[in-house]
Design a protein around this ligand. Structure first.
Ligand SMILES: CC(=O)SCCNC(=O)CCNC(=O)[C@H](O)C(C)(C)COP(=O)(O)OP(=O)(O)OC[C@H]1O[C@@H](n2cnc3c(N)ncnc32)[C@H](O)[C@@H]1OP(=O)(O)O
Ligand SMILES: CC(C)C(=O)C(=O)O
Length: 562
């Protein structure tokens, strides 16, 4: 690989913080101000940018989730964006606690058009951006440091003039030195501090300085150092909201945002599920739910994450991957045996703990292995948690039979059945559903008691004296009938005695039964482990009568052994 073509980050940008950093020992204990930029940065990265209907649907989703500041577009870039801002203004669609952000480059015509778009909107941030990094200055914009600072200053003055001329509540300002992470720290400070003064930022009308990792170039600790340096050196710090805007080129956008928050950032711009230019903007869903999983209020509602995902997929026309943190189809699912076993035990323990605490399971403290959050918190259910394929073990299989069919298999039967399922999945190599498992269970353990070579044409039991039982019946073996009679201290030992009288000697090694529901019509299931002719097999029976279920279970085990 031609790796020698690339330079490490420390050769490309000076990080001014030195060794004196505070962020590593800080903790995240509150949510920042989240600002979704899906309708601008996300939208500009789509092959088919959103039409007005999709924009509106995304906007409504953001309101429903509880976002309080939303970047809605680049109104000077396209008719759709301009009209969307006008639509929000004219339809009175912005709740009183929500601020709208509009985005503009540092060009007079674009700024004028931006201000025209926001007429009548009560709470607005106008967001100015210009790239400040050396390569962009030299190659793209063709300005040296002083020229570019002057260009930005002129644009900011124009914004201030237009804002002053506007009736109603004051407009607020945001500035992004695009590619902040590759810009000399002293230059960013000079430009940002200049704007803080020019816009006369105050605590009640703070300016937002948004410091983008436009293209991720370094490990997240480097970004954290860069943010902490700015946090400690920006003028009028109490009048500045320090914002970050990470992208995900190295796949570490989330880590960059989290470390930046430790380093002093107060606001995060990103997109839902990480849509955005190239590898995307930082994913706000992951960031917020990471906080939730630490016991910190994320200040957003993810109660129905599948609906959020469906809406975002519809608006972006891009799928959210199956492994996406917190939201992917497979992220609360375990296929592998030991994980399933641990989750099954963990869920049972969770239910017990909730009962002990006297709270609903959905309110009890969460400590289930392999599941960082309770899927129910985001509207997922437990049904999908465990799925079975060739990597699965007894725990997961038993869990599915229990949750879907009410079967509570004895431990040794779980082991036996898991080997049966393993053979079935090894042959086909595919996933086995709960319905498939039931069919395999039925064919293997239940059916041999109902239509096996050894059957009972009729039978009856009676308690002839206290603790003394008699079993009588007609045995059909390979088409031939014979009468049976046996006695014992219970119906099953009487059955064993009767079978022995017909030359079928059996030993019942294990017996268990339970109801599968609550009403009188709900079937009982019996499980029997039998040894006959030196072979040990499990059988099962199912009937509304426990006794009939038990007799069938014995016959099933015997037929399987024969
Ligand atoms: C990191 C980011 O996400 S930045 C946001 C990027 N988003 C977008 O570009 C989406 C919307 N953009 C657009 O629709 C168009 O680019 C428009 C309408 C805004 C402008 O279109 P055009 O006038 O055709 O210009 P074009 O798109 O070619 O932009 C390049 C020009 O803008 C200049 N420019 C780039 N950024 C800025 C800036 N922040 N401020 C001022 N000028 C800038 C370039 O130097 C170049 O100037 P030149 O033509 O004199 O060389
Ligand atoms: C200009 C800023 C906000 C941006 O979109 C970026 O740098 O990615």
């Amino acid at each position: 690989m031609p790796y020698h073509r690339y330079r490490p980050a420390h050769e490309r940008v000076h990080v001014a913080l030195g060794g004196d950093r505070h962020w590593p020992s800080r903790r995240l204990d509150r949510a920042p101000l989240w600002v979704p930029v899906d309708l601008r940065d996300g939208n500009q990265a789509l092959a088919e940018p959103m039409d007005p209907a999709r924009k509106r649907r995304m906007f409504d989703l953001m309101l429903a989730m509880g976002f309080k500041e939303i970047e809605v577009g680049y109104p000077s870039a396209s008719r759709t964006d301009y009209d969307f801002v006008r639509h929000l203004a004219e339809s009175d669609s912005v709740p009183a606690d929500v601020t709208i952000v509009v985005f503009t480059a540092a060009r007079a015509d674009l700024i004028e058009q931006t201000f025209a778009s926001i007429e009548g909107l009560p709470r607005v941030v106008v967001h100015l951006y210009t790239a400040t990094a050396p390569t962009w200055r030299d190659v793209v914009l063709g300005h040296d440091r002083a020229d570019l600072r002057a260009l930005i200053h002129r644009a900011a003055e124009r914004m201030a003039r237009l804002a002053d001329a506007r009736p109603g509540p004051p407009v607020r300002f945001e500035f992004s030195p695009e590619v902040f992470n590759l810009t000399e720290p002293d230059y960013v400070l000079e430009v940002c501090n200049g704007l803080t003064a020019l816009w006369d930022a105050s605590p009640d009308r703070p300016v937002i300085h948004n410091l983008p990792a436009t293209v991720e170039i370094a490990t997240p600790n480097v970004y954290a150092d860069q943010i902490e340096y700015m946090h400690r050196h920006l003028d009028r710090r109490g009048s500045v909201i320090l914002s970050v805007h990470p992208h995900n080129d190295r796949g570490t956008g989330v880590a960059c945002a989290e470390l930046a928050l430790l380093a002093g950032a107060q606001r995060v711009e990103g997109c839902l599920f990480g849509n955005g230019e190239r590898t995307g903007n930082v994913d706000l869903v992951t960031l917020a739910l990471n906080l939730h999983s630490q016991g910190v209020d994320p200040m957003l509602d993810f109660g129905d994450i599948d609906e959020i995902r469906r809406t975002v997929e519809h608006c972006n026309r891009l799928p959210v991957p199956d492994r996406h943190p917190y939201a992917g189809d497979l992220v609360y699912t375990a296929f592998s045996g030991t994980h399933q076993d641990a989750i099954k035990k963990g869920l049972a323990h969770h239910e017990r703990r909730a009962a002990e605490l006297g709270v609903p399971a959905a309110r009890a403290p969460w400590e289930v292995p392999y599941l960082p959050i309770d899927p129910a918190d985001v509207g997922r259910d437990y049904q999908a948690v465990i799925r079975v394929n060739s990597q699965s073990g007894k725990g997961g299989i038993a869990y599915l039979l229990q949750t879907h069919h009410g079967l509570d298999l004895p431990r040794r039967l779980q082991i036996d059945f898991s080997a049966v399922v393993q053979r079935a999945t090894d042959d086909g190599g595919h996933e086995v559903t709960a319905k498939d498992l039931w069919e395999i269970f039925h064919t293997t353990y239940l059916a041999p008691g109902e239509d096996g070579r050894l059957a009972l044409a009729s039978w009856a039991t009676a308690e002839t004296a206290p603790g003394r039982h008699e079993f009588t019946g007609t045995l059909v073996a390979d088409g031939r009938e014979s009468e049976l009679r046996g006695t014992g201290n219970g119906p099953l030992s009487a059955l064993a005695d009767a079978l022995a009288s017909a030359g079928v000697a059996i030993d019942i090694l294990h017996y268990a039964e339970h109801a599968t529901g609550t009403g009188p019509d709900s079937p009982a299931v019996a499980y029997v482990e039998c040894r006959t002719g030196g072979v040990t097999r499990w059988g099962a029976g199912r009937d509304t009568s426990v006794l009939t279920a038990s007799v069938r279970a014995v016959l099933a085990a015997v037929n399987r052994a024969r």
